[in-house]
Design a protein around this ligand. Structure first.
Ligand SMILES: Nc1ncnc2c1ncn2[C@@H]1O[C@H](COP(=O)(O)OP(=O)(O)OP(=O)(O)O)[C@@H](O)[C@H]1O
Ligand SMILES: [Mg+2]
Length: 472
């Protein structure tokens, strides 16, 4: 049993059927489009596509994935059986789908595929990661600086942004939609109250959050543009990801059809592979931290528990449903906890609930995790059950992802047989669901509403904790 000394996050309980859509409809500040800086050409291009696509499809209420109508996403032609909004031209202009990926990939392997060669994918993924991918633009209007050289200290202040509504709340602070006064683009700013961070003993985690985010650059990871602090708060400027949380989509859909879960799981797998190759454990995988971009691809946010761990660590942290047994029992653990959580995530996407959930009581959840018995509902595909049973496995010498083949073993599992990994890494595979973002940039309609912060940011005062956060 955990000592309860560490920090455990709560799961979102509220249903995401909110008023946000009515409140936000049509009110987003699209005027920004005309005022962007010169290097925004490619963004214009994207928006053009999307506006076009929106206009060419009637508005629809189907803002969820139903198990029935999109079950064939990967196996149908380009035009049919997508969730209603998904018939899009790909942002790069190439129509593509899982279908084309399917035809290029070898047939499902009879066994788990662990012995397959795994050199080609690694090479291509690395190329993509280190190529000129730029997911956004620096918030002061300059071109994105070279990756790994984003020196962000002292670059921004509250005066650079117009604060808008809250997008989400977390354990120590909240995330706001903001607009840059310089380039008029939209960003998300995570605000953490220093006193709260100190009280909850999250100083190191918070410094790590900034440091890890600053180091990573990957198509499926959120981009951090800069940070600063004032007397009371820490601020982190990220890209605003318009499509909302995967959590909201999952709750609306109840559960995802096999191919839809597979798509999201595959993108997460590439992100974990990248993080682990940089010795970073993520430690907080769950649908609340997976955001959808406007094309429906994933962005992982919330690096609050991400940490550089070359070998082993002991901190109890995460979210109860998603904790690996070695974390629960306070043993040393390593990157393989993320592969366990991937199993929980896939299970939750396919079933609509987590395997160890038990009346919401953490202690009961821990007991279930340690007992390790998973009941796989009969509607699960046998490949999925096979993969899940190899990820949600307490024995670290058997857990997929933690074996000799590393992440390649996961990628080569039969459940992922249709996935063409290099195309996926290029976002060259259509997402199964495209969020209905109708208001252009800055449309936050895909996010739930939260009561707004009442305490004004940027107030002067004694900064007693500032020295604890030297990098902000
Ligand atoms: N870049 C972003 N764009 C849009 N929304 C975001 C972004 N980053 C975070 N959010 C929203 O804010 C929520 C809270 O952010 P985050 O998870 O980083 O905070 P946290 O304090 O670590 O949360 P928790 O303790 O609940 O895990 C997210 O679940 C998401 O809804
Ligand atoms: Mg979070």
């Amino acid at each position: 049993m955990p000592s309860f000394g560490g920090l455990l996050k709560k799961r979102r309980t509220k249903d995401s059927q909110t008023l946000s859509k009515e409140l936000e409809a049509g009110s987003s500040p699209t005027a920004a489009q005309t005022q962007t800086s010169p290097n925004a050409a490619e963004h214009h291009h994207h928006h053009h596509h999307h506006n076009h696509n929106h206009q060419s499809h009637p508005p629809t209420n189907h803002d969820h994935i139903s198990t029935a109508d999109s079950a064939h996403t990967y196996h149908s032609s380009n035009q049919s059986n997508r969730s209603s909004d998904a018939q899009r031209t790909h942002p790069e202009g190439q129509p593509s789908s899982m279908q084309s990926a399917v035809t290029q990939s070898p047939a499902a392997h009879p066994q788990s595929g662990q012995h397959q060669s795994h050199s080609s994918n690694v090479a291509s993924i690395q190329n993509i990661i280190h190529s000129s991918h730029q997911s956004g633009q620096s918030a002061t209007g300059g071109q994105a600086s070279q990756q790994s050289q984003r020196t962000t200290k002292g670059k921004y202040s509250l005066e650079d942004f117009t604060l808008q509504r809250t997008l989400g709340t977390g354990s120590f602070g909240r995330v706001h939609l903001v607009q840059s006064k310089h380039n008029h683009r939209f960003y998300a700013i995570k605000v953490l109250k220093k006193a709260q961070v100190v009280k909850m003993k999250q100083i190191e985690h918070t410094n790590d959050e900034r440091r890890m985010l600053n180091r990573v650059r990957h198509p499926f990871l959120i981009t951090l543009w800069g940070t600063w602090q004032d007397a009371r708060n820490l601020y982190m400027v990220m890209d605003f990801v318009e499509g909302g949380e995967l959590f909201s989509l999952l709750r609306k859909s109840q559960r995802f059809p096999n191919p839809v879960a597979k798509f999201y799981a595959a993108e997460v797998t590439l992100a974990l592979e990248y993080l682990h190759s940089h010795q970073i454990i993520y430690r907080d995988l769950k649908p609340e931290n997976l955001l959808l971009d406007r094309h429906g691809h994933l962005k992982i946010t919330d690096f609050g528990f991400a940490k550089e761990v070359p070998d082993i660590t002991w901190t109890l942290c995460g979210t109860p449903d998603y904790l690996a047994p070695e974390v629960v029992s306070s043993k040393g653990y390593n990157k393989s906890v993320d592969w366990w959580s991937l199993g929980i995530l896939i299970f939750e996407m396919l079933c609509g609930f987590t395997p160890f959930w038990d009346s919401g009581s953490p202690v009961k959840i821990y007991e279930n995790i340690l007992r390790g018995r998973v009941k796989y509902p009969p509607y699960l595909h046998h490949d999925a059950v096979n993969l899940l049973s190899q990820l949600i496995t307490a024995d670290l010498t058997k857990r997929l992802g933690n074996l000799h083949g590393g992440s390649e073993d996961v990628k080569n599992h039969p459940w992922f047989a249709e996935v063409t990994w290099d195309r996926l890494a290029r976002k060259d595979i259509d997402a199964p669901y495209v969020p209905p973002i109708r208001g252009g940039q800055g449309d936050a309609s895909q996010y739930d509403r939260y009561p707004e912060e009442t305490e004004a940011y940027g107030q002067p005062g004694d900064d007693i904790h500032g020295h604890l956060f030297p990098d902000f």
